[in-house]
Design a protein around this ligand. Structure first.
Ligand code: TXA
Ligand code: MG
Length: 401
């Protein structure tokens, strides 16, 4: 267990509490998990669930995509604490996490439009977020009405995003707290999303009381956000479920799914508000190279030879780069190389972790090898484009910002 006292306001001690996936059994169609008892996992999940249920403070927990920072989606005070801890812009809506479809119906009084049925059958629990119309307000005994989900979760929207994570710790936490959990990624705003408890700790120490540590996340990139409330349906954010899979398993209505916008200007009203903000940014400048083969000639070498002075380089090769072919002068500038991997799944799993790792080595410039947009490639390139200061695509300079 690691803990620290911070001078941040409010000063909190942040505990990292271990949880073992092997202690939890949560069948797909069950409403409650079986958690080994007694166990450290049982104690720690109940501690975190208590904080969520009684709106004490947001807590970080592992999901199969990235670590989330969760609080009750029913409480404006609790949701505001998430925004404060992350320093997140207040107009960026949060995804509501549920542990079962029954919970969605019961607590949020929400019917799921038919268009989502095949996707839910195939991908829930898992890395898919669906957009639903906001539920009807709840009528109190005195006749007054209150919104079913805190409006702080859905600023400016008449919809909300919902997802059932497949990670047993995430699902168990939501079920045991008996609360729909609003949870953005548990990074500080603008930083790469966290895929380990230590990443969360780096960003959030002193700002939240506890982090459940369930080890590294398996998918590594966030969920795919799909909107079936519009026609044609749209993918608002590529993620852990690929566009090809949505088309393949979604049935006829998803065959013509469009892939929404990528970036939007600061003042634009956008369908996915999160898209307009700076994202995934290490401290170092990031340059992404696309379509440069093994990197042995062409634009990449011209770029690297043009670097003057004492530049410290970090390199993230993926499928093709061969650093052996680079000039000795360039090689001398390289401080750290982290191979992202060859398969889409590997690159997805490593991307955020390696962006952080290379950045922490204190480099000035990160050179990353982009990939094609097929399968996992769309989500990988979406994140790399947002992290990038510049993208050099097949010998053409495309200045991004
Ligand atoms: O995998 C994930 O989705 C992770 C884990 C923790 O579940 N969560 C996550 O949340 O990535 P966050 O807040 O970092 O990203 C949520 C994205 C944002 O781009 C937000 O704008 C969009 O989903 N979003 C949420 N509600 C929406 C809505 N009603 N309409 C359109 N976009 C929405
Ligand atoms: Mg995020």
């Amino acid at each position: 267990m690691v803990s620290v006292s911070s001078t941040l306001s409010p000063p909190l001690t942040t505990q990292i509490l271990p949880v073992a996936l092997s202690d939890i059994d949560f069948p797909r169609d069950a409403d409650m998990p079986n958690v080994q008892q007694p166990s450290v996992t049982y104690t720690n999940i109940h501690k975190a669930a208590h904080m969520i249920r009684f709106h004490i403070a947001p807590v970080a927990f592992p999901t199969e995509t990235v670590y989330g920072l969760g609080a009750s989606a029913l409480s404006t005070t609790a949701v505001r604490q998430i925004f404060t801890a992350k320093n997140r812009p207040l107009d960026n809506p949060l995804i509501v996490h549920i542990s079962s479809v029954a919970q969605l119906r019961r607590v949020l009084n929400t019917k799921i439009p038919e268009i989502y049925e095949p996707l839910i059958q195939k991908f829930w629990p898992g890395p898919l977020t669906i957009i639903l119309p906001l539920p009807a307000p709840i009528r109190n005994e005195d006749g007054s009405e209150a919104p079913a989900i805190s409006p702080a979760c859905t600023p400016g929207q008449n919809t909300f995003g919902v997802r059932m994570p497949s990670h047993p710790v995430a699902r168990a936490l939501i079920a045991i707290s008996d609360t729909p959990v609003a949870a953005p990624s548990a990074n500080a705003s603008t930083r790469p999303s966290p895929t380990t408890a230590m990443h969360v700790y780096t960003d959030m120490a002193g700002r939240i009381p506890l982090i459940l540590d369930g080890g590294p996340c398996n998918v590594g990139l966030e969920s795919t956000v799909v909107d079936g409330t519009v026609s044609p349906p749209a993918i608002l954010r590529p993620g852990g479920v690929s566009i090809e899979e949505i088309r393949k398993y979604g049935g006829p209505l998803w065959k013509d799914v469009i892939t929404g916008q990528s970036d939007a200007g600061q003042d634009e009203k956008v369908r996915t508000p999160g898209m307009k903000y700076r994202h995934y940014s290490p401290k170092a400048k990031v340059v992404v190279f696309l379509g440069q083969g093994d990197g042995s000639d062409g634009e990449i070498l011209r770029y690297l030879r043009g670097l003057t002075g004492d530049v410290k380089l970090g390199v993230l090769p993926s499928r093709l780069f061969n650093l052996d072919s680079w000039d000795e002068e360039i090689k001398k500038k390289i401080c750290v190389v982290k191979e992202l991997g060859k398969s889409g799944a590997e690159i997805s799993r490593n991307l955020f972790a390696y962006l952080r790792e290379v950045d922490e080595a204190g480099v000035d410039l990160i050179i990353a090898e982009g990939v094609g947009e097929e399968d996992e490639g769309a989500a990988i390139m979406n994140r790399l484009r947002k992290a990038a200061t510049e993208i050099l695509d097949n010998s053409q300079y495309i200045v991004k910002k």
